[in-house]
Write a protein that binds this ligand. Structure first.
Ligand code: ZN
Length: 397
């Protein structure tokens, strides 16, 4: 089977929602915006899942890159491919793990394009690891020189907490846009940083994304750290020639949702209705879309204090305070506490963090003790009541 995303996607929603992974492109669902499905249908004349008869042949580029030190990368670029060489078993579908096997076939790439993907991925991942080391993340916190799978047969990029595996595949753009070619996620430094961030967050907060709003919080943290690494703008995915998400302007059209993403609690109330494109088939809020709410706050913090300070505040919040199974206002509380630890209760930094969460409407969901007023379910707001938002903002299948 060429298409493995549907199977492998279970562990993690990846950088893009399932409908963007191609396999279900012909089936409009609540999670698949009609506009995008229509574009796909227009592009191909008729939609088809990848791998069926008549579908164009895909090149398959598979391998594992080992993220080493800058010195090891230099040696590798100069032709020394061992013992930090790249081994060709890709990510193992039999679940045998990722450890490079000296008997494995060499990394398979049969075009200059694929060879370039490998070099770019290796350089970028090494640089991302250096960024987190400089930020203060220890190797034991998910920043060790682990293998990363490059696999063009996967229609997504994701981190799987069950196997501790980062997999970088392709965005199946040919299914979405007329005349477009599939594009490797290695072209997007912020996507690579996003996936590596998932690995670190998962090591710092074991169990995150098992349920509740964790999935959206996790996506937001990954975008926030990605924006601290790739500081050219607040968009995610521009290296692919498109926009996956825009942290500072979530309302803008993106490849995920033509109607944009929520930038405030009021937006969530308005957009995340039963049957809307923002609610998955399982009745859950689509985590990438919901992540835009806390990500907007992060962008305001970054604009007010600089992205390095933003990243420091978030790292301490995640490392020292975050627990799985909390709500978005829990993240707000954690960042306020973290900024207080770092800069003092009366500091400008704490003020900016509070202002940011206030601007998106989350601050008022916090009670005086860092808890959530939503737990008391006393207003008409969907954000503040459960149900109905408890049903959609609640447990994740
Ligand atoms: Zn993600």
């Amino acid at each position: 089977m060429i298409s493995t995303a549907a199977v492998r996607g279970n562990a993690n929603p990846g950088i893009v929602p399932p409908w963007l992974q191609g396999a279900d492109a012909g089936t409009p669902t609540a999670a698949a915006p009609a506009t995008a499905v229509a574009r796909g249908a227009h592009a191909a004349g008729t939609t088809h899942p990848i791998g069926v008869i008549g579908a164009p042949a895909r090149d398959v580029n598979r391998g594992v890159v080992i993220i080493g030190t800058a010195e090891e990368l230099d040696r590798w670029l100069n032709g020394d491919h061992g013992p930090q060489g790249d081994f060709g078993h890709g990510h193992d579908h039999g679940g045998a793990g990722l450890a490079p096997d000296e008997h494995a076939a060499p990394y398979r790439h049969d075009s200059a394009k694929e060879a370039a993907e490998l070099v770019v991925a290796k350089q970028e991942m090494s640089s991302i690891r250096d960024f987190f080391r400089t930020l203060g993340v220890k190797d034991s916190e998910g920043n060790d020189p682990a293998p990363v799978s490059i696999d063009d047969s996967v229609e997504n990029a994701y981190y799987d907490p069950n196997t501790d595996e980062v997999v970088i595949g392709e965005l199946p753009l040919s299914q979405i846009e007329d005349g477009a070619e599939d594009v490797s996620f290695t072209k997007a430094p912020d996507v690579l940083a996003h996936e590596w961030s998932h690995r670190i967050v998962s090591h710092l907060v074991p169990g995150i994304q098992d349920g509740g709003e964790d999935a959206a919080i996790n996506e937001s943290l990954a975008d926030t750290f990605a924006a601290a690494y790739d500081t050219k703008n607040w968009t995610i995915g521009e290296g692919l020639g498109l926009t996956i998400r825009t942290l500072d302007h979530p309302e803008r059209d993106t490849i995920e949702h033509a109607g944009g993403h929520p930038g405030s609690v009021a937006d969530v109330d308005r957009m995340f209705r039963e049957g809307s494109e923002y609610i998955t088939e399982e009745g859950q809020p689509e985590p990438h879309a919901l992540s835009a709410l806390p990500s907007k706050a992060a962008s305001l913090i970054g604009q007010g204090l600089g992205r390095d300070t933003m990243a420091k505040i978030y790292l301490k919040a995640v490392r020292d305070y975050m627990e799985p199974g909390k709500k978005i206002e829990g993240l707000a509380s954690n960042t306020i506490q973290s900024a207080t630890d770092l800069f003092g209760a009366g500091s400008k930094q704490v003020g900016v963090v509070k202002q940011a969460w206030d601007a998106v409407g989350v601050l008022e969901l916090l009670d005086g003790n860092g808890g959530s007023t939503r737990d008391r379910a006393s207003t008409q707001s969907r954000m503040r009541t459960e149900p109905p938002l408890g049903a959609s903002f609640g447990e994740r299948a």
